[in-house]
Design a protein around this ligand. Sequence first.
Ligand SMILES: *Cc1c(COP(=O)(O)O)cnc(C)c1O
Length: 365
Amino acid sequence: MSIPMVDLRAELPLIEEAIRAGIDEVLRSGQFILGPHTQALERDIAALCGTRHAVACASGTDALHLALRALGIGPGDEVITTAFTFIGTAEAIAYVGATPVFVDVRADTFNIDPDAIEAAITPRTRAILPVHLYGRMADMAAIGAVARRHGLHVVEDCAQSIGAALGGRRCGAFGAAGCFSFYPSKNLGAFGDAGMTTTDDDALAEAMRALRNHGSRRQYHHDFIGYNSRLDEFQAVVLRAKLGHLAAFNAARRAHAAAYSERLRGLPLVLPDPGPEGAHVFHQYTVRTARRDEVQAALKTAGIASAIYYPVPLHRQAPFREACARVVLPATEALATEVLSLPMYPRLTAALIDEVCAVIRGVLG
Ligand SMILES: *Cc1c(COP(=O)(O)O)cnc(C)c1O
C-alpha cells in the first residue's frame, strides 16, 4: 500500500532518542516490571485525565476486566453496552461472568444511545459500559443521568479516545473507572500490549492494583485470586516518550479530519461529526456510504488502505449470537454495512489526503 492506515514509523524520529535513553536506563536498573517508569506513567495519565488514580495493566481488555471485577460485577449481573465496538469491550463483561446487554447506537455519533440504555435496564443491570468510538466522546451527560437515576456504575471504554474531553473534562474521568488501551495503533500506542485504568475512587484503585498482581497487596501475601496483568518498564518508557506529543498528535489528527471533510464535502457521503470542541480525537476518520464496497475497491486499486470497523456487530458474532438471536439493532446493523475508515495518523500529509479524496471523488463525484 502506498498509503497505509497508520504509519507508526513516521513518529519515530520525534521519540527515538528518549526511548533509547529510557531503555538503557531500564537495562541498567535491572527493574523490569511495575518499576519507577510505570509509576511515573500512572501519575502522568492520572494528571492527563484529571483523576486521583491511574493503574497500569497489560492491555485495554484487561483494564476493562479489572475495572468490572473490582466493582464486584459478576454472574447474574447485566452490563449494558454497544455492539458497535471491538470484541474486547464485551469479552471483559463475559470474563467476570456477567451478561452483555447490547443496545443500539446513534447513527450520527456511532456511540451508544442513552434512550436505548434506559429502555434496557432490568433489576439485574449493574453497569453501563459506553465506548468513545473512533475517538468521539459518547454523550456522558445523558449516560451519567441515566446511571444516577438507576444507581448504576459507569465504566468508560476509552481505548480509542485518550485526550478527548467534554466541557473540559477528559474521558476516563466521568465514570467509576476509565479503561485505556495502549495497543500500538491507538492514539497513545506502546511497542507491545499495554493498558491503564483511571478512577477517583481510592478503594477501587487499590482493588485494581491488587487484582493486576495476583491479588497481592504485600509481596507473597494474597488476599484473593487475581491475575498477572502487569506493565513492563520498556512499555512505560515508550508511552512516556510519546505522551509528551499526545496533544500535538491529537491536534494533527483533528486537522487531518477537517482537511478530509473539506475535500469530501458535497459528495454522497456522511462525514463524521467532530461534536463539541475537544470531544473528538479522531482515532479513526470514518465516513458512511451505501457504496462503501465500491469505494474501498477503488482505493485498494490505487494502493490506498482503508478499513471497516466493524463489519460484524457483536450481537452477530459467534460467542453472542445465540443469546442475542432476538436482538435487533437497526442503526448498528446499517452502520456495519456502510462505514469506511480512511488512513489516519499524526504524520499524515495534505498531499496524501488529496490523493485519497481524489480517488473517492472519482467514484462518487
Ligand atoms: C483496542 C480496543 C480494546 C482492547 O484493547 P487491547 O489493548 O487490544 O486489549 C477495547 N475496546 C476498544 C473499543 C478498542 O478499540
